[in-house]
Design a protein around this ligand. Structure first.
Ligand SMILES: [Zn+2]
Ligand SMILES: [Zn+2]
Ligand SMILES: [Zn+2]
Length: 315
């Protein structure tokens, strides 16, 4: 299987374990490695729970609220109503954090961190709207609609599939150029001071390269490879290497995790604990101290500084 060659910025290791959430962490040293946009999209399409709908005759309440918010956003765009747009786009982000727990795991499971993100979104959209978002959107949408209408499609198993030709190349050239332009634009925004993570050029480049992964769901593997080749991104992707792993229980919550040979620290995708593999314990998020598994499970507090260890206050 072809996967992204996401090298850990800290220890240089490749990602070994399957990526199950929107956030990617190193399996060897627990450093943040970037985002998985494909996982994010796949989860987004799963909120429309058909079983629930058939049973209750309506969508689950949060899904219903989400649809209402999206409708309001559409109205705001049609009427170029910045106030209505801002109110609903912030609501949309808040609802998405509830509806898509995998997209935001594990750090966004902390309510304090979530609040910081919402605050960032509020400032981000305010600034974007002030800088002519509606007009810019109109032009961008028109451009992409024309390029998309040009793409050659084929029907495979009753589904339209994009065919690789120069029209598809033109489409992805435009997608990539637009992403680059946006990244440059946003990098000068004042609102970035509210972003809870450090942002530098390496971060922007990483997001840009990884964003193309969001299209993996729409293309078959062969076509996706050709697109990568065309964009000069093929070297960013590699065959996953064979690595010996052992199954262990998370020192924080007890869930089963796959630990690759030589790993020192791993983040548990379920509870957010940083497992110190070598010293058998949980690494405190606050002071870096190594806390015993018993202490972590029973008290959920660092024995050195008293900080909460596991991210479990998601609700
Ligand atoms: Zn690492
Ligand atoms: Zn855990
Ligand atoms: Zn501590």
């Amino acid at each position: 299987m072809l996967v992204r060659k996401i090298k850990c910025p800290s220890c240089g290791a490749n990602k070994v374990n399957e990526i199950t959430t929107g956030f990617i962490f190193c399996d060897y040293c627990s450093t943040f490695m970037g985002y998985d946009f494909k996982n994010m999209q796949d989860e987004a399409s799963s909120v429309y729970d058909m079983d629930y709908f058939q049973k209750h005759g309506s969508w689950p309440p949060d899904t219903q609220a989400y649809m209402t918010v999206l409708q309001e956003i559409g109205t705001a765009v049609a009427n170029e109503n910045a106030e209505l747009y801002l109110e609903n786009i912030v609501k949309m982000h808040e609802l998405e954090m509830k509806l898509f727990p995998k997209r935001f795991a594990p750090k966004l499971k902390m309510s304090k961190y979530r609040d910081q993100m919402v605050e960032f979104y509020r400032h981000f959209w305010k600034e974007r709207l002030e800088k002519g978002y509606f007009e810019e959107q109109k032009q961008t949408q028109q451009m992409f609609a024309e390029l998309q209408a040009n793409i050659t499609t084929e029907t495979v198993n009753y589904k339209p599939v994009w065919v690789y030709d120069e029209k598809l190349e033109a489409y992805f050239d435009a997608v990539f150029a637009y992403s680059k332009e946006m990244a440059e634009k946003v990098s000068s925004y004042d609102c970035l001071e509210y972003y809870p993570e450090p942002i530098n050029n390496a971060y922007t480049e990483m997001v840009l390269k990884q964003s193309i992964n969001g299209y993996a769901s729409y293309l078959d593997e062969e076509t996706f490879n050709k697109v990568l080749d065309h964009l000069g991104l093929k070297t960013e992707y590699i065959e996953i290497p064979e690595v010996n792993t052992t199954e262990q229980n998370c020192f924080g919550c007890g869930a089963q995790i796959s630990v690759p040979e030589g790993s020192e620290k791993m983040i548990c995708e379920y509870c957010g604990s940083t497992n110190n593999i070598q010293a058998a314990g949980v690494v405190c998020l606050n002071c870096g101290g190594n806390v015993s598994p018993d202490e972590a499970r029973e008290n959920n507090k660092c024995s050195f500084c008293g900080a909460i260890l596991r991210i479990m206050d998601f609700h």
